[in-house]
Write a protein that binds this ligand. Sequence first.
Ligand code: NAD
Length: 255
Amino acid sequence: MRLANKVALITGGGSGIGKASCLLFAREGAKVVVVDLKGADATADEIRASGGDARSFSADVSKAKDCEAMVKFAEEQFGALHVAFNNAGIFDAADESVTNTSEEVWDRVIDINLKGVFLGCKYEVPALLRAGGGSIINTASFVAIMGAAVPQIAYTASKGGVLAMTREIAVEFARQNIRANSLCPGPVETPLLAELLADPARRNRRLVHIPPGRFARAEEMANAALFLASDESSYVNATSFLVDGGITGAYITPE
Ligand code: NAD
Protein backbone atom coordinates (compact mmCIF):
# COMPACT_ATOMS: atom_id res chain seq x y z
CA MET A 1 0.00 0.00 0.00
CA ARG A 2 1.32 3.37 -1.03
CA LEU A 3 0.51 5.26 2.18
CA ALA A 4 1.06 2.52 4.76
CA ASN A 5 1.93 3.88 8.23
CA LYS A 6 1.13 7.45 7.25
CA VAL A 7 -1.30 9.84 8.88
CA ALA A 8 -2.99 12.22 6.42
CA LEU A 9 -5.08 15.29 7.18
CA ILE A 10 -7.33 16.46 4.33
CA THR A 11 -9.37 19.67 4.45
CA GLY A 12 -12.55 19.89 2.40
CA GLY A 13 -12.84 16.12 2.94
CA GLY A 14 -16.62 16.22 3.01
CA SER A 15 -17.09 16.67 -0.74
CA GLY A 16 -15.56 16.56 -4.19
CA ILE A 17 -11.78 16.29 -4.57
CA GLY A 18 -11.21 16.15 -0.82
CA LYS A 19 -13.69 13.33 -0.26
CA ALA A 20 -12.33 11.28 -3.17
CA SER A 21 -8.83 11.78 -1.74
CA CYS A 22 -9.86 10.72 1.77
CA LEU A 23 -11.36 7.50 0.39
CA LEU A 24 -8.35 6.76 -1.83
CA PHE A 25 -5.71 7.60 0.80
CA ALA A 26 -7.48 5.31 3.27
CA ARG A 27 -7.58 2.48 0.71
CA GLU A 28 -3.82 2.97 0.33
CA GLY A 29 -3.28 2.44 4.05
CA ALA A 30 -3.29 5.97 5.47
CA LYS A 31 -4.99 6.88 8.72
CA VAL A 32 -7.11 9.81 7.62
CA VAL A 33 -8.30 12.92 9.45
CA VAL A 34 -11.25 14.26 7.45
CA VAL A 35 -11.67 17.99 8.04
CA ASP A 36 -14.65 20.01 6.81
CA LEU A 37 -17.43 22.32 7.93
CA LYS A 38 -19.93 19.74 6.72
CA GLY A 39 -19.83 16.16 5.47
CA ALA A 40 -16.69 15.10 7.35
CA ASP A 41 -18.55 12.57 9.50
CA ALA A 42 -20.08 10.87 6.46
CA THR A 43 -16.70 10.51 4.74
CA ALA A 44 -15.06 9.10 7.88
CA ASP A 45 -18.00 6.70 8.37
CA GLU A 46 -17.66 5.50 4.78
CA ILE A 47 -13.94 4.83 5.28
CA ARG A 48 -14.50 2.91 8.52
CA ALA A 49 -17.36 0.92 6.96
CA SER A 50 -14.98 -0.34 4.29
CA GLY A 51 -12.32 -1.34 6.83
CA GLY A 52 -10.16 1.80 6.82
CA ASP A 53 -9.15 4.07 9.67
CA ALA A 54 -10.47 7.64 9.81
CA ARG A 55 -11.60 10.37 12.19
CA SER A 56 -13.66 13.44 11.35
CA PHE A 57 -13.01 16.95 12.60
CA SER A 58 -15.17 20.02 12.13
CA ALA A 59 -13.11 23.12 11.38
CA ASP A 60 -13.33 26.40 9.52
CA VAL A 61 -9.95 26.69 7.81
CA SER A 62 -10.15 30.48 7.81
CA LYS A 63 -9.91 30.46 11.63
CA ALA A 64 -6.50 30.07 13.28
CA LYS A 65 -7.82 28.32 16.37
CA ASP A 66 -9.63 25.74 14.23
CA CYS A 67 -6.48 24.99 12.20
CA GLU A 68 -4.40 24.66 15.34
CA ALA A 69 -7.04 22.33 16.83
CA MET A 70 -7.30 20.10 13.72
CA VAL A 71 -3.54 19.44 13.74
CA LYS A 72 -3.56 18.79 17.48
CA PHE A 73 -6.47 16.38 16.95
CA ALA A 74 -4.55 14.47 14.25
CA GLU A 75 -1.53 14.05 16.52
CA GLU A 76 -3.67 13.06 19.50
CA GLN A 77 -5.69 10.52 17.53
CA PHE A 78 -2.94 8.96 15.45
CA GLY A 79 0.34 9.96 17.13
CA ALA A 80 1.83 12.00 14.25
CA LEU A 81 1.14 13.84 11.00
CA HIS A 82 2.88 12.91 7.74
CA VAL A 83 0.65 14.26 4.94
CA ALA A 84 -1.28 17.55 4.93
CA PHE A 85 -3.63 18.18 2.01
CA ASN A 86 -4.97 21.74 2.26
CA ASN A 87 -7.79 21.47 -0.21
CA ALA A 88 -10.85 23.27 1.20
CA GLY A 89 -11.93 26.12 -1.03
CA ILE A 90 -14.91 28.03 -2.37
CA PHE A 91 -16.20 29.72 -5.47
CA ASP A 92 -18.51 32.65 -4.83
CA ALA A 93 -21.15 33.36 -7.47
CA ALA A 94 -20.67 37.11 -6.87
CA ASP A 95 -16.92 36.85 -7.56
CA GLU A 96 -16.66 38.34 -11.03
CA SER A 97 -14.77 41.11 -12.77
CA VAL A 98 -12.34 43.31 -10.88
CA THR A 99 -14.74 46.19 -11.58
CA ASN A 100 -17.83 44.74 -9.89
CA THR A 101 -16.60 42.34 -7.20
CA SER A 102 -17.35 43.67 -3.73
CA GLU A 103 -14.77 44.00 -1.01
CA GLU A 104 -16.84 41.58 1.12
CA VAL A 105 -16.69 38.86 -1.56
CA TRP A 106 -12.97 39.45 -2.06
CA ASP A 107 -12.33 39.10 1.69
CA ARG A 108 -14.43 35.94 2.03
CA VAL A 109 -12.75 34.14 -0.88
CA ILE A 110 -9.24 35.18 0.16
CA ASP A 111 -9.95 34.24 3.80
CA ILE A 112 -10.88 30.66 2.93
CA ASN A 113 -8.82 29.92 -0.19
CA LEU A 114 -5.58 31.70 0.70
CA LYS A 115 -5.51 32.48 4.41
CA GLY A 116 -7.00 29.03 5.05
CA VAL A 117 -4.01 27.41 3.34
CA PHE A 118 -1.58 29.70 5.20
CA LEU A 119 -3.15 28.81 8.54
CA GLY A 120 -3.17 25.11 7.70
CA CYS A 121 0.54 25.16 6.85
CA LYS A 122 1.34 27.33 9.88
CA TYR A 123 0.25 24.55 12.23
CA GLU A 124 1.01 21.56 10.01
CA VAL A 125 4.69 22.35 9.37
CA PRO A 126 5.69 22.04 13.07
CA ALA A 127 3.76 18.75 13.26
CA LEU A 128 5.48 17.42 10.13
CA LEU A 129 8.85 18.43 11.63
CA ARG A 130 7.97 16.53 14.81
CA ALA A 131 7.26 13.48 12.62
CA GLY A 132 10.65 13.77 10.89
CA GLY A 133 9.24 15.23 7.67
CA GLY A 134 6.31 14.83 5.33
CA SER A 135 4.37 16.06 2.32
CA ILE A 136 2.19 19.15 1.99
CA ILE A 137 -0.23 19.42 -0.93
CA ASN A 138 -2.09 22.69 -1.43
CA THR A 139 -4.93 22.87 -3.92
CA ALA A 140 -4.55 25.75 -6.33
CA SER A 141 -6.10 25.72 -9.84
CA PHE A 142 -5.19 26.01 -13.50
CA VAL A 143 -6.63 29.54 -13.33
CA ALA A 144 -3.58 30.52 -11.28
CA ILE A 145 -1.57 29.96 -14.46
CA MET A 146 -3.72 31.35 -17.26
CA GLY A 147 -6.30 34.09 -17.54
CA ALA A 148 -9.99 33.38 -18.16
CA ALA A 149 -12.40 35.59 -20.06
CA VAL A 150 -15.07 34.54 -17.55
CA PRO A 151 -13.45 36.26 -14.59
CA GLN A 152 -13.48 35.34 -10.91
CA ILE A 153 -10.98 37.87 -9.70
CA ALA A 154 -10.75 36.92 -6.02
CA TYR A 155 -10.67 33.19 -6.73
CA THR A 156 -7.91 33.55 -9.31
CA ALA A 157 -5.88 35.81 -7.04
CA SER A 158 -6.31 33.41 -4.12
CA LYS A 159 -5.00 30.48 -6.18
CA GLY A 160 -2.04 32.51 -7.48
CA GLY A 161 -1.22 33.23 -3.85
CA VAL A 162 -1.36 29.52 -3.03
CA LEU A 163 1.21 28.78 -5.75
CA ALA A 164 3.65 31.42 -4.54
CA MET A 165 3.24 30.55 -0.87
CA THR A 166 3.65 26.84 -1.48
CA ARG A 167 6.90 27.36 -3.40
CA GLU A 168 8.30 29.38 -0.53
CA ILE A 169 7.35 26.77 2.08
CA ALA A 170 8.86 24.07 -0.15
CA VAL A 171 12.18 25.87 -0.37
CA GLU A 172 12.38 26.84 3.29
CA PHE A 173 11.80 23.36 4.68
CA ALA A 174 13.34 21.13 1.98
CA ARG A 175 16.40 20.26 4.09
CA GLN A 176 14.15 19.22 6.95
CA ASN A 177 12.54 16.54 4.83
CA ILE A 178 9.32 18.41 4.06
CA ARG A 179 8.09 18.65 0.49
CA ALA A 180 5.35 21.09 -0.53
CA ASN A 181 3.58 21.08 -3.87
CA SER A 182 0.52 22.73 -5.37
CA LEU A 183 -2.08 20.66 -7.16
CA CYS A 184 -3.57 22.62 -10.06
CA PRO A 185 -6.77 20.93 -11.22
CA GLY A 186 -8.56 21.81 -14.42
CA PRO A 187 -12.37 21.91 -14.18
CA VAL A 188 -13.61 18.92 -12.15
CA GLU A 189 -17.20 17.63 -11.97
CA THR A 190 -17.87 18.44 -8.31
CA PRO A 191 -20.72 20.28 -6.54
CA LEU A 192 -18.54 23.40 -6.63
CA LEU A 193 -18.26 23.39 -10.43
CA ALA A 194 -21.88 22.33 -10.95
CA GLU A 195 -22.98 25.50 -9.16
CA LEU A 196 -20.71 27.71 -11.22
CA LEU A 197 -21.63 26.11 -14.54
CA ALA A 198 -25.34 25.49 -14.00
CA ASP A 199 -25.98 27.68 -17.02
CA PRO A 200 -25.46 25.42 -20.14
CA ALA A 201 -23.97 28.28 -22.18
CA ARG A 202 -21.33 28.91 -19.52
CA ARG A 203 -20.68 25.17 -19.28
CA ASN A 204 -20.17 24.76 -23.03
CA ARG A 205 -17.96 27.80 -23.17
CA ARG A 206 -15.59 26.01 -20.76
CA LEU A 207 -15.82 22.62 -22.50
CA VAL A 208 -14.70 24.07 -25.83
CA HIS A 209 -11.26 24.76 -24.33
CA ILE A 210 -10.63 21.31 -22.86
CA PRO A 211 -8.69 19.04 -25.26
CA PRO A 212 -10.35 15.76 -24.12
CA GLY A 213 -13.79 17.44 -24.36
CA ARG A 214 -14.87 16.58 -20.82
CA PHE A 215 -14.40 17.76 -17.26
CA ALA A 216 -12.20 15.79 -14.86
CA ARG A 217 -13.52 13.44 -12.21
CA ALA A 218 -12.66 14.03 -8.55
CA GLU A 219 -10.96 10.62 -8.48
CA GLU A 220 -8.50 11.80 -11.14
CA MET A 221 -7.40 14.60 -8.79
CA ALA A 222 -7.21 12.15 -5.88
CA ASN A 223 -4.82 9.97 -7.91
CA ALA A 224 -2.54 12.94 -8.51
CA ALA A 225 -2.68 13.93 -4.84
CA LEU A 226 -1.85 10.35 -3.88
CA PHE A 227 1.33 10.51 -5.93
CA LEU A 228 2.33 13.80 -4.26
CA ALA A 229 1.50 12.39 -0.82
CA SER A 230 3.44 9.15 -1.24
CA ASP A 231 7.18 8.58 -1.17
CA GLU A 232 7.04 7.88 -4.93
CA SER A 233 7.27 11.66 -5.38
CA SER A 234 10.28 11.98 -3.06
CA TYR A 235 12.12 14.35 -5.45
CA VAL A 236 9.04 16.35 -6.46
CA ASN A 237 9.08 19.63 -4.57
CA ALA A 238 7.77 23.19 -5.13
CA THR A 239 5.90 22.21 -8.29
CA SER A 240 2.65 23.59 -9.63
CA PHE A 241 1.40 20.12 -10.54
CA LEU A 242 -1.06 20.58 -13.41
CA VAL A 243 -3.80 18.00 -13.82
CA ASP A 244 -5.85 19.85 -16.40
CA GLY A 245 -6.33 17.52 -19.38
CA GLY A 246 -4.00 19.75 -21.38
CA ILE A 247 -5.96 23.01 -21.09
CA THR A 248 -2.87 25.08 -20.37
CA GLY A 249 -0.98 23.34 -23.18
CA ALA A 250 -3.58 24.04 -25.85
CA TYR A 251 -3.94 26.99 -28.16
CA ILE A 252 -6.63 25.43 -30.36
CA THR A 253 -8.54 22.32 -29.30
CA PRO A 254 -9.88 19.56 -31.62
CA GLU A 255 -13.42 19.92 -33.04
P1 NAD B 1 -16.44 21.00 -3.20
O1 NAD B 1 -17.32 22.17 -3.00
O2 NAD B 1 -17.00 19.73 -3.69
O3 NAD B 1 -15.62 20.72 -1.85
C1 NAD B 1 -15.04 21.75 -1.10
C2 NAD B 1 -15.21 21.43 0.38
O4 NAD B 1 -14.56 22.45 1.14
C3 NAD B 1 -16.67 21.40 0.83
O5 NAD B 1 -16.98 20.18 1.46
C4 NAD B 1 -16.79 22.57 1.79
O6 NAD B 1 -17.69 22.34 2.86
C5 NAD B 1 -15.35 22.71 2.27
N1 NAD B 1 -15.10 24.05 2.79
C6 NAD B 1 -15.45 25.24 2.23
N2 NAD B 1 -15.10 26.24 3.03
C7 NAD B 1 -14.52 25.69 4.12
C8 NAD B 1 -13.97 26.23 5.31
N3 NAD B 1 -13.94 27.56 5.54
N4 NAD B 1 -13.46 25.37 6.23
C9 NAD B 1 -13.48 24.04 6.01
N5 NAD B 1 -14.01 23.48 4.91
C10 NAD B 1 -14.52 24.29 3.98
O7 NAD B 1 -15.28 21.52 -4.17
P2 NAD B 1 -14.08 20.81 -4.96
O8 NAD B 1 -14.31 21.04 -6.40
O9 NAD B 1 -13.83 19.45 -4.46
O10 NAD B 1 -12.91 21.80 -4.54
C11 NAD B 1 -11.80 21.40 -3.77
C12 NAD B 1 -10.65 22.33 -4.09
O11 NAD B 1 -10.32 22.22 -5.47
C13 NAD B 1 -10.95 23.81 -3.86
O12 NAD B 1 -9.81 24.43 -3.28
C14 NAD B 1 -11.20 24.33 -5.25
O13 NAD B 1 -10.94 25.70 -5.35
C15 NAD B 1 -10.22 23.49 -6.04
N6 NAD B 1 -10.50 23.41 -7.48
C16 NAD B 1 -11.67 22.92 -7.92
C17 NAD B 1 -11.90 22.85 -9.29
C18 NAD B 1 -13.20 22.33 -9.85
O14 NAD B 1 -13.43 22.51 -11.03
N7 NAD B 1 -14.05 21.70 -9.07
C19 NAD B 1 -10.91 23.27 -10.18
C20 NAD B 1 -9.71 23.76 -9.69
C21 NAD B 1 -9.51 23.82 -8.32
